[in-house]
Design a protein around this ligand. Structure first.
Ligand code: AMP
Ligand code: MG
Length: 609
């Protein structure tokens, strides 16, 4: 194959597309940002760039990374470099290293670093202005093969949005974010990406103890969140909201058709209403013409439904699904106390502080829908307007008139109701499709959902490792072999029952087991092991990073910041989960330890990062 052209970061075509939206009025242009940067009054400069405040308006604030005494590039993700067509030896390039660590920043007449404004509902309560409190957005990479990608730094210092906090990210949480971003996308789960991790050797942050800090450079097609909409609603900024939506429609959601003014899409809702439950459709008004805002909302709903289907299929938990941590593009984003669930338990949350289990595994689908409902509410006017009003000058300027209220509310209620039907539909379609593939079935058939439910019921009781179970199932040629479904301890206990409790458990598991095995075999019909393996092995990762493994790597890095060998090994395994040939010849004992041993499972951590 012809070697694809690689572009060093210094020569990379760059722009900054988000700057199309309006800035914070206190630093209204790149020119003003530059003046401030060059000003002799450094106190004023720092105040405007790096001191917390509430923005009156605007989608972002021009800022600059805070200066640190020392920077040290630790590791870049080879897969991320490849994805962006950056050279694999970028980590040797001093320009690259200084940009991805925040030591230097790029600016020109179209580019200046900025922090995005957003708000959000945290644990169900509206929290006011949040925004990038420790993130600096650098620029948009105009990539040869992957469209536009927004590059940003996490842990790069204070901004207008830092509130009471320090703008820092500790090494511990940076390692976690770096690894999980690359793991998820390696598996095929939509996620924001991590490009690099750099140490700030002389910068400490006070958490439970004083910890060394780091910067992760990360990228995504867009970093807009549902919380971004919450901000405009709170500000009652009708014009800003419309500009945000138009930007998303024109520049971000390229799956949407191009709309000319006065053009609408006909009968867009037919495909979801057909075949839906009668009661889900109760009270709907007919929506024949759909506007670009209707389409935008639907696209965001669909992308998120797909994402949650992936999370539920792989046992991934974000841990803090606030609206500010919900991407409009259905990307896994903002990783705090996340976890791959070691054993199937619907009530599990990795978030130590989530005592109500709001963000537990079983709740993820309904919580993302809850967040999407907040989005619908932010869009009440734009969705309610419909084709008649949406481009009407009075409406754009002043909103709806009293006599239009009733119809507007009817329309937006119907749009949100339809979206909920579509959300469920897209979720189920994708969930069933991934899960059936995970057990080696090519297509989804009626009844598969029940088969999957039986399987989950079984393994929730036998407490085998969730993701390893699918590997064992796919590898096994004998589906009657109970060691696939039972842990060695359980097998042992059941073959020598000691008391009545053992006996009852034995009976229960035996009946669940025989029921599942019988139904599964029936469903497989004449499918051979080879066929089943070929389907399943494409979607069953051989490795998913667990908290105890991350902890081991973190410990090793806290002992010796110079030794990145374990971190590198974990990255190789996490980012190439289907391809052990890419895991390297080094540290084989560690590799086997991570593959075969069971560390502390189902652990929780707190939000401090
Ligand atoms: P998170 O829960 O990490 O998604 O963050 C919620 C909000 O707090 C966002 O606005 C973050 O930017 C902000 N934030 C979290 N940690 C820090 C920090 N150490 N310094 C400044 N802002 C922070
Ligand atoms: Mg966040």
């Amino acid at each position: 194959m012809e070697e694809m052209t690689k572009i060093p970061l210094s020569q990379y075509p760059k722009t900054s597309q988000f700057l199309k939206l309006k800035p914070d009025p206190l630093i209204p242009s790149i020119k003003e940002a530059l003046n401030l940067h060059q000003s002799s009054n450094q106190q004023e400069t720092e105040k405007l760039f790096n001191k917390p405040r509430t923005l009156k308006s605007g989608a972002y604030q021009f800022t600059r990374p805070e200066s640190r005494p020392e920077y040290k590039h630790l590791l870049s993700s080879p897969n991320a470099l490849e994805f962006l067509s950056l050279p694999q030896d970028s980590p040797e390039d001093s320009y690259y290293k200084s940009i991805v660590s925040g030591e230097k920043f790029h600016y020109d007449d179209k580019i200046w670093p900025y922090a995005q404004a957003y708000a959000g509902f945290q644990f169900g309560q509206f929290a006011g202005q949040l925004g990038d409190g420790r993130v600096t957005n650098l620029f948009t990479l105009i990539t040869p093969n992957q469209g536009n990608q927004e590059l940003q730094l996490k842990g790069s210092g204070k901004t207008a949005f830092s509130r009471f906090a320090d703008g820092k990210a500790v090494l511990r949480s940076s390692i976690r974010e770096f690894i999980i971003s690359e793991s998820l996308s390696g598996i095929g789960i939509p996620s924001t990406r991590a490009l690099s991790i750099s140490l700030l050797p002389k910068t400490k942050a006070q958490r439970e103890r004083a910890e060394v800090c780091a910067v992760v450079s990360r990228f995504a097609k867009s970093w807009i969140r549902i919380g971004t909409f919450d901000l405009y609603r709170w500000r009652q900024d009708r014009q800003g909201l419309r500009e945000l939506c138009d930007y998303i429609i024109e520049d971000i959601l390229d799956e949407l058709p191009v709309f000319q003014k006065g053009e609408f899409v006909k009968d867009q809702y037919k495909d979801i209403t057909e075949g839906s439950d009668e009661e889900d459709l109760e009270g709907l008004i007919e929506i024949t013409d759909s506007t670009r805002y209707d389409q935008m909302y639907r696209a965001i709903v669909r992308l998120n439904a797909k994402l949650v289907a992936y999370w539920q299929s792989y046992g991934f938990l974000n841990g803090v699904l606030n609206t500010d941590n919900t991407s409009i593009l259905g990307l896994s984003i903002d990783f705090g106390p996340f976890s791959f669930m070691d054993k199937f338990n619907p009530n599990f949350t990795p978030n130590h502080d989530d005592v109500q289990l709001r963000y537990s595994f079983a709740n993820q689908p309904s919580i993302i829908w809850w967040n999407l409902t907040r989005l619908g509410e932010s869009l009440v006017e734009l969705l309610g307007a419909g084709p008649d009003l949406v481009d009407d000058e009075f409406f754009i300027e002043k909103g709806i008139k009293k006599q239009q209220e009733e119809q507007t509310i009817k329309r937006v209620s119907s749009i949100i109701q339809l979206a909920s039907v579509e959300y469920k539909h897209v979720f189920m379609e994708n969930y069933n499709s991934i899960m059936t593939q995970r057990i080696g079935l090519k297509t989804v058939e009626q009844g598969d959902n029940d088969l999957i439910a039986q399987l989950l019921d079984l393994i929730s009781k036998t407490k085998v490792d969730f993701n390893k179970f699918f590997i064992n199932l796919q590898n096994s040629t004998d589906l009657n072999d109970t060691s696939i479904y039972l842990t060695p301890e359980l097998q042992n206990r059941l073959s020598n029952p000691k008391d009545k409790i053992d006996q009852e458990l034995n009976d229960e598991l035996n009946s669940l087991l025989s029921e599942f095995i019988e139904n599964y075999k029936k469903r497989l019909g004449s499918t051979t092991h080879k066929e089943r393996y070929s389907i399943a092995s494409k979607v069953n990762p051989l490795f998913t990073p667990r908290n105890w493994q991350l902890e081991e790597v973190i410990e090793s890095m806290y002992d010796d910041n110079e030794d990145i060998s374990k971190l590198q090994k974990l990255l190789k395994m996490s980012s190439n989960p289907y391809d052990p040939l890419k895991w390297g010849d080094e540290l084989k004992d560690l590799e086997n330890h991570w593959l075969d041993d069971e560390g502390e499972t189902m652990t929780q951590c707190s939000c401090s990062s």
